[in-house]
Design a protein around this ligand. Sequence first.
Ligand code: SF4
Ligand code: SF4
Length: 363
Amino acid sequence: MKYLTEFRDPGLTRKLVQKIENMADKEITIMEVCGTHTMAIFKSGLRQLLPHQIRLISGPGCPVCVTPQSYIDTAIQLTERQDVIITAFGDMLRVPGTEGSLMAQKSKGRDVRMVYSPLDVVQLAAENPQKEVIFLAVGFETTAPTIALSVEQAKKANINNYSILQSIKTMPNTMEELVREEDIQIDGFLCPGHVSAVIGVKPYRFLSEKYSLPAVIAGFEPTDIIMGIYHILDMLDKKESQVRNEYTRLVTEDGNLKALEMIERVFEETASVWRGLGSIEGTGLRLRQDYESYDTVKKLGIQAAPEQPAKGCICGEILKGKVSPLDCRLFSTKCTPETPVGACMVSEEGTCAAYYRYKPNHF
Ligand code: SF4
Ligand code: SF4
């Protein structure tokens, strides 16, 4: 298939669903670990099309959702300082901390600004030399290259009042952690599209080689996703385990070498704290020693806030695919996209937000 319209072809989708129906003779659980897949699955009504034996569960695929509450609390504490400007992508402003949110701080007159790129923040720092200009560096391998570039640019231009509050996460080792969890049964993975465009196919090979699990890198159109599910069933049927790349129009075996080099120059692997999953070794990126002066925590000598999950919120269990948002007693009562209690209800790609928007019969 060459053109995007072919990936939205209802006729082809129906044919694939028919094949899946013929193959689904037992319950099969497939986890997607990408916020845009979660949204696309709900938006296109794929869950309703698939036979009931196919259980789709959403993993920790949205960067906003997986950022721990302690990180938000640290950012909120920083806004109380007169000498800082806090900058972040839009969704981060709405994530509830233990008390309030960055948006609430902004409405109290604190200097919190929404940005579209960390590169704009470097410019903002150049224009405000009397302030420490901090970017909330949240995201996966997709955002990491631009953040790396912003740090390199700041260093090159001798802009020393720019720093990042680090919470960049990486996907493959997190997927391994989920596979190792004893009480989660995953029969196959739909691997994230954009992350894979950066890291390529290779980093997922352990799924098939070490755990005999089928995995498919899929795009975001309905036919992409259905094709991905079909490939997983096909492998299970043939008792094969491979990592298949269905998203060849964007993803290559080795990934985006330039982006990977950029990440490698500026960052090194570290442990990272995930909402609900705790600290996992090898799932985060931190600035290399040469760039440490751009680390907000080290530069300002601050203490990270302690982790205090929101009362009654079961985001952590949802991110592991153990329960669904419908199991949360706050869902659609106290917690809605307008009044989110937990992060999974904030971002459009959050599982709770997707359930709220596209599952009208939850009321
Ligand atoms: S792959 Fe892209 S869409 Fe999916 S979670 Fe990562 S950044 Fe979001
Ligand atoms: S519905 Fe709200 S409170 Fe419940 S798990 Fe989701 S985000 Fe947390």
